[in-house]
Design a protein around this ligand. Structure first.
Ligand SMILES: [Zn+2]
Length: 214
């Protein structure tokens, strides 16, 4: 364990007043996931790297410091698009704070994110059912991730096709909200998350949650 990882682990466990542990799960959509409903756990799909541990611990640290998360109103909702929207939207807000900290620790997370966003984008471009009511919000969150968290160039050209245009417009507004509100201040951060949920008209499906009242 490197000093960087030990320090982050120590900080999180002190905040959470609990021991953190890792759990392998084969059903995850990313390789490594932090879930606010089980905030003491780092879930990973196949390989648990030090980079992944630090990344997820920084999510846990934000959560235990009062930075909120959006949750599904129905935790068992099977709609995949909805689950992706919630998870990616939380990530977008958290990463605005986490990525600079990872860079300070000598980890560049943008390569990894670029791969994930690239495969999502490929699915959106070839999707056959853009009339799905979650399609435009999904395009918006993928657009914001592409803009804020990757090294991909020509993002706007990638989202230029007709069926992606309404979602991209939403995405541009979402990026502005993240830029303004996702800062190292719980009140602003949590207000921004709620604004993003309203912008994407997700209030019937998502709700805001935070570990302590803010
Ligand atoms: Zn993350």
């Amino acid at each position: 364990m490197t000093p960087g990882l030990m320090r982050v682990l120590h900080d999180v466990e002190a905040l959470a007043k609990e021991e953190m542990y890792a759990m392998q799960r084969s059903d995850l959509f990313g390789n490594c996931v932090f879930d606010p409903l089980t905030p003491t756990v780092i879930r990973y799909r196949s390989i648990l790297t030090e980079e992944c541990c630090i990344h997820e611990l920084l999510h846990a640290k934000l959560w235990h410091s009062g930075f909120g998360f959006l949750r599904l109103r129905n935790p068992y909702d099977p709609n995949e698009s909805l689950r992706h929207i919630a998870s990616m939207l939380n990530g977008t807000f958290h990463h605005a704070i986490i990525f600079p900290k990872l860079l300070d620790l000598g980890i560049d997370p943008k390569e990894n994110e670029s791969r994930g966003v690239r495969s999502f984008l490929a699915k959106l471009i070839t999707t056959s059912e853009p009339q799905d009511s979650f399609f435009n919000p999904l395009v918006a969150v993928v657009y914001s991730r592409a803009k804020l968290e990757t090294t991909l160039s020509q993002i706007d050209e990638e989202f230029a096709s007709e069926h992606l245009r309404p979602g991209k417009q939403l995405g541009i507004q979402l990026v502005a909200i993240v830029d303004k509100y996702a800062i190292d201040d719980q009140r602003s951060f949590n207000e921004g998350l709620r604004k993003a949920m309203v912008l994407l008209q997700m209030q019937s499906f998502l709700q805001f949650g935070a570990p302590t009242p803010t």
